[in-house]
Design a protein around this ligand. Sequence first.
Ligand code: NAD
Ligand code: UDP
Length: 377
Amino acid sequence: MAKRGGGKSGRGEPAATAKQDLPSLLSPSLTPPDHPRLSSPANDAANRIMHLQPRILVTGGSGFLGSHLCERLLAQGANVLCLDNFFTGTRQNVEHLLDHKHFELIRHDVTFPYYVEVDEIYNLACPASPIHYQHDPVQTTKTSVHGAINMLGLAKRVRAKILQASTSEVYGDPNVHPQTEDYWGHVNPIGPRSCYDEGKRCAETLFFDYHRQHKLRIKVARIFNTYGPRMHPNDGRVVSNFIVQSLLGRDITVYGEGAQTRSFCYVDDLIDGLMRLMGTNDAVTGPINIGNPVEFTILELATMIIEMTGSRSKIVRRPLPENDPRQRRPDISKAQEHLGWQPKTPLREGLIRTIAYFEQLLTQDGIKASLAKEAAV
Ligand code: NAD
Ligand code: UDP
């Protein structure tokens, strides 16, 4: 059974929580301006006792990136509230954390308001793979836009620092290569990818408007393609697709000529970058590219995975999806300068760990059967 958070809000009204009843005891720095603050030596001592670790909300916390982030934050001694509606994330991703005394799992949809006392918010809630975000495009835009409004509203109310998981998709099919943060992008506003790309762009706008208008402490990370254990086995992303196809001896589906490029960042490096960004001083807002600047063609990736898995799979061509970006590589100078960060894990090394994860996953009968069923459709 998942533990429940104290402040689940159903339909627009912030739910009452036990913590809300004690705003002044929890953290002086978090007390919303409209709450009277009780300040006395005794209360200050209580504040210190009750609130030694930072409280951190991770939306989308049971997804691929979110689950790794929760794990790392707990390891650093934080109290972690993992909020998710389980659209693409699973309870299994955070099952090993459920008994941790500083971890809470909350089922909630970010398109509805939510209220809880926290010091920091990582806003990751949003399906990330093209198959998933195109499944219900209206909900995808709502998740990015309403989700951002709700989480920014929460951050404003409790004076939390807030980080947005933005994306390289804000650059669209880029005319500038590698992509620098000052490039405004080349995005189709009405295509099948727009619900994700434009939703994320609007979320960035909201973050910067809250920053300018309400002096909110914001951090915007533009995440480039990231891979690793706990990727969804059938979310259609290229790394998971090619590994699963190779391990099952199926054809490797290269879209188009496979000449399009991507730069793949291993999940541990990415999480390190996000946490460093959150830890920067208030002047650093981003946007900051976080990704691996080593670029591969999709054909190179397919060949590498076939070789590494020792698979007999053959490469087959499939039509290139509409608006598929032709090239993508981050310029990470800003991350190097402001975060002292650059990825450490070479693609081969990250793939070894990811392949091992999928090998293990595919020993589970249920997973194998469901993948076989999907392939037959
Ligand atoms: P994911 O699909 O594994 O995780 C997203 C999580 O958000 C899931 O757990 C899902 O259930 C949850 N979610 C979706 N809609 C929600 C809603 N309305 N309310 C509450 N929870 C909701 O994807 P991921 O790869 O872990 O991506 C996490 C974040 O990072 C996303 O915002 C994504 O846009 C961003 N990002 C990821 C990548 C990447 O390569 N993985 C690249 C760029 C940006
Ligand atoms: N791709 C592919 N075969 C697949 C899945 C994806 O050739 O089975 C290609 C896809 O067309 C794109 C690249 O791999 O050019 C990365 O796709 P993914 O969905 O992983 O991420 P995104 O397009 O969002 O970068």
